[in-house]
Design a protein around this ligand. Structure first.
Ligand SMILES: CC(C)(COP(=O)(O)OP(=O)(O)OC[C@H]1O[C@@H](n2cnc3c(N)ncnc32)[C@H](O)[C@@H]1OP(=O)(O)O)[C@@H](O)C(=O)NCCC(=O)NCCS
Length: 177
């Protein structure tokens, strides 16, 4: 980790509620309808309910057994929450088109290299979990997302149309990391 990019992944907790609520508000103020990579933070009015949900599925979703880890990335120099990233440890057939990893960076911090660094940290975590390959799905029109995947070694493996939207899959092999 370089000094200029002092980013770490932290699990959501009660302690960071105030910062997480500000993080969410910044998205709404910017016009984003969702908080990307957060596992639906935008759709929960109650932080505790969201926290309970992401804590539960870290161990395994009771519906399908899939473990999903959700993180904020935090800048060490000032403690600011910079982004959100979530990773499914496995995929059911129904989940395949959405891929393993989803990510977002707060609007005021986009375009500064944090998306790349946050994804690198998530890939390190995936490797620690003995995952061999991850798929990142993005809308074909989302150039920033595609470039973020590619900046971490993502290789375009598939383009497909879903609900009238063109999507892409980028595969990242973790064995070589
Ligand atoms: C996608 C997102 C996470 C990228 O994070 P970021 O911090 O802005 O990205 P970085 O600064 O690390 O840049 C990563 C790459 O994307 C490119 N990029 C970033 N923003 C871009 C933009 N608006 N247009 C074109 N390319 C862009 C960078 O040039 C870099 O590519 P390079 O390695 O070839 O130089 C961020 O833009 C975001 O939160 N977008 C909204 C949420 C979203 O779309 N999430 C993905 C869907 S799951």
């Amino acid at each position: 980790m370089t000094e200029e990019m002092d980013l770490i992944l932290v699990h959501p907790s009660k302690e960071i509620e105030e910062d997480a609520v500000k993080y969410k508000k910044e998205h709404f103020d910017y016009g984003d309808m969702q908080v990307h990579g957060s596992g639906g933070l935008a759709f929960f009015d109650d932080y505790d309910e969201w926290l309970d949900r992401v804590t539960l599925i870290r161990e395994g979703d009771p519906q399908n057994g899939v473990q999903t880890s959700t993180f904020f990335s935090k800048r060490l120099s000032d403690g600011k929450l910079i982004g959100c990233v979530k990773i499914h440890h496995s995929l059911t057939v129904d989940m395949k088109s959405g891929g393993h990893i989803a990510y977002g960076i707060r609007p005021s911090e986009r375009g500064k290299g944090y998306g790349n660094k946050q994804l690198q940290l998530c890939l390190e975590y995936a490797r620690e979990q003995h995952m061999r390959q991850v798929i990142i799905a993005c809308d074909k029109s989302n150039i920033a997302s595609a470039k973020t995947a590619m900046s971490c070694g993502g290789i375009l493996t598939k383009e497909f149309e879903e609900d009238g939207v063109w999507k892409q899959h980028y595969a990242i092999d973790l064995a070589g990391l």
